[in-house]
Design a protein around this ligand. Structure first.
Ligand SMILES: *[C@@H]1O[C@H](CO)[C@@H](O)[C@H](O)[C@H]1NC(C)=O
Ligand SMILES: *[C@@H]1O[C@H](CO)[C@@H](O)[C@H](O)[C@H]1NC(C)=O
Ligand SMILES: *[C@@H]1O[C@H](CO)[C@@H](O)[C@H](O)[C@H]1NC(C)=O
Length: 169
């Protein structure tokens, strides 16, 4: 499964907030959200109807210098023996309806679970949740749907809305 199957849209809106980080050497979690009508391009390749709310991109363990913890390569800072991607997605059944609504793949014709699998492999295994994908996804859902962290209603101290190019997620 190629990354291009779902990162055909640009990530135009990021909402960053500091949550917590325990036990690992990253500094904070970045909750990355997508504003679908800005991010999905071309429109003909997107699911219809496009959601009219911020959908979830992911929850990214991030170093103090604002770079995501790399899951692969020489700078791998991730955890040994994380739950594998297939097993991780299989555990999401209890929250699948909420995930489908809030964490969709905006690319038409590509399963939502392809996106979740990618996010787990790229970010989830680097988080404190590397043994517990259900909590990783559920906590992300809860954060993203919390009115406390609504990017339009944030208190300005914990929430920062920025733009970013594509391919970061
Ligand atoms: C949009 O979909 C068409 C048809 O499947 C494909 O050829 C094209 O590469 C897609 N565009 C992007 C930007 O992914
Ligand atoms: C950011 O910080 C991490 C961890 O200290 C380091 O490995 C990485 O090289 C830094 N990246 C940049 C672009 O400075
Ligand atoms: C997901 O989080 C909600 C809110 O905390 C909780 O009520 C629910 O039990 C959780 N679901 C699972 C499957 O853990």
């Amino acid at each position: 499964m190629g990354i291009k199957q779902f990162i055909g849209y640009s990530l135009l809106v990021l909402a960053s907030l500091v949550v917590s980080a325990q036990g690992s050497d990253f500094e904070f979690y970045k909750l990355s959200l997508i504003w679908p009508s800005s991010a999905c391009y071309p429109l003909s390749n997107c699911t219809t109807p496009l959601p009219t709310f911020f959908t979830i991109h992911g929850l990214w363990p991030t170093f103090a210098n604002d770079t995501a913890v790399p899951a692969y390569g020489p700078n791998n800072r991730c955890n040994a023996n994380p739950v594998g991607p297939d097993a991780a997605v299989a555990k999401l059944t209890p929250i699948k309806d909420r995930l489908n609504e809030r964490w969709p793949n905006l690319r038409a014709g590509v399963e939502n679970s392809v996106f979740w699998r990618h996010e787990w492999q790229k970010h989830g295994i680097c988080s404190d949740y590397y043994k517990d994908p259900l909590s990783y996804f559920n906590d992300t859902l809860n954060l993203a749907t919390s009115t406390t962290f609504d990017p339009f209603k944030g208190d300005g101290q914990t929430v920062e809305v920025t733009s970013d190019g594509m391919g970061n997620g």
